[in-house]
Design a protein around this ligand. Structure first.
Ligand code: A3P
Length: 292
């Protein structure tokens, strides 16, 4: 293990937040037993994880949809690698739902062998970067840097939680023909949330009525989630997130990178990302006005 900073440490080729996870726990994940009925939501940080966690919870738990149960997302779709609530994942009844930011090469081998279902959500990396910059103020496990240039340099060097963005997305997209995996784009969710909810339902084999789908779409809106304590992480431990510094649901839009990155920074970003991004099987959307 290479100690990298007060905030992150390097494990194999990837960076993880100090004090939230150990190398021993990461080692143990390789043999974590996967069931056919498991569902994994996989994302690079700041790509719409909490949003999709909430959609999954609303689709799968009537009690969440109807407001009769007050269980939050950290319990509904808990983090595989950050067991924040110290849950007994091994004995959790099926079907189990997990979230994870792990790169493909670090996930349990059962998942690599095709067990379980995976939903992978990707977002345009400039918005990911800007979202990460703002989130670093709220997260007590991420270095809070005032200067965007520093975060940009770390992101371009892959020295952030979640890895080098291109490696993460390429690593997972290379599995598209081997695994039971649904790829979604954050931007697609922004532009056609109902269509994405239906795609997720079909992928999970879950039949909802038209009214139930409408309800999921309504409760997964940015404004409703911002007010819903079960769905906006305000119930997360205060030694992880400091909500006096900002919100988890910050802006929730496409193209906010233009408000932070200079033209020179954007060009530097493109010089590192563009060529490899063009080979990815996804259509990226850089502005709210762009067609998908
Ligand atoms: P911004 O910081 O750009 O606002 P993650 O959950 O992977 O950390 O991603 C967080 C990003 O998803 C934040 O982006 C957050 O606002 C956005 N987000 C969360 N819920 C959303 C929703 N219902 N609609 C649109 N964006 C949402």
């Amino acid at each position: 293990m290479e100690p990298s900073s007060k905030f992150i440490f390097k494990y194999k080729q990837s960076y993880f937040p100090q004090n939230l996870i150990t190398p021993e726990y990461l080692d143990s994940l390789e043999d974590f037993e996967i069931r056919d009925s498991d569902v994994f939501l996989i994302t690079f940080p700041k790509s719409g994880t909490i949003w999709t966690q909430n959609i999954l919870s609303l689709i799968l738990h009537e009690g969440h949809r109807n407001g009769t149960e007050h269980v939050d997302l950290l319990d509904r779709v808990p983090w595989l690698e950050y067991n924040i609530r110290k849950m007994d994942y091994v004995n959790r009844p099926s079907p189990r739902y997990f979230s994870s930011h792990l790169p493909y090469y670090l996930v349990p081998k059962g998942l690599k062998n095709g067990k379980g279902k995976i939903i992978y959500v990707a977002r345009n990396p400039k918005d990911v970067l800007v979202s990460y910059f703002h989130f670093s103020k709220v997260s007590l496990h991420t270095e809070d840097v005032e200067d965007f240039e520093i975060i940009l340099n770390n992101f371009l060097a892959g020295k952030v939680v979640g890895d080098f963005w291109l490696d993460h997305v390429e690593g997972w997209s290379a599995q598209r023909d081997h695994l039971n995996i649904l790829f979604l784009m954050y931007e697609e969710m922004k532009k056609d949330l109902r269509g994405c909810v239906i795609k997720i339902c079909n992928f999970l084999g879950k039949r909802l009525t038209e009214e139930e789908i409408d309800d999921v779409v309504d409760k997964a809106s940015f404004s409703k989630m911002s007010e819903d304590r079960r769905a906006n992480y305000t119930t997360a431990p205060s030694d992880i997130l400091d909500f006096s510094k900002g919100r988890f649901l910050r802006k929730g839009t496409i193209g906010d990178w233009k408000n932070t990155m200079t033209v020179a920074q954007s060009e530097r970003f493109d010089s590192v990302f563009k060529e490899r991004m063009e080979k990815l099987p996804f259509k990226f959307c850089w502005d709210i006005k762009d067609e998908l």
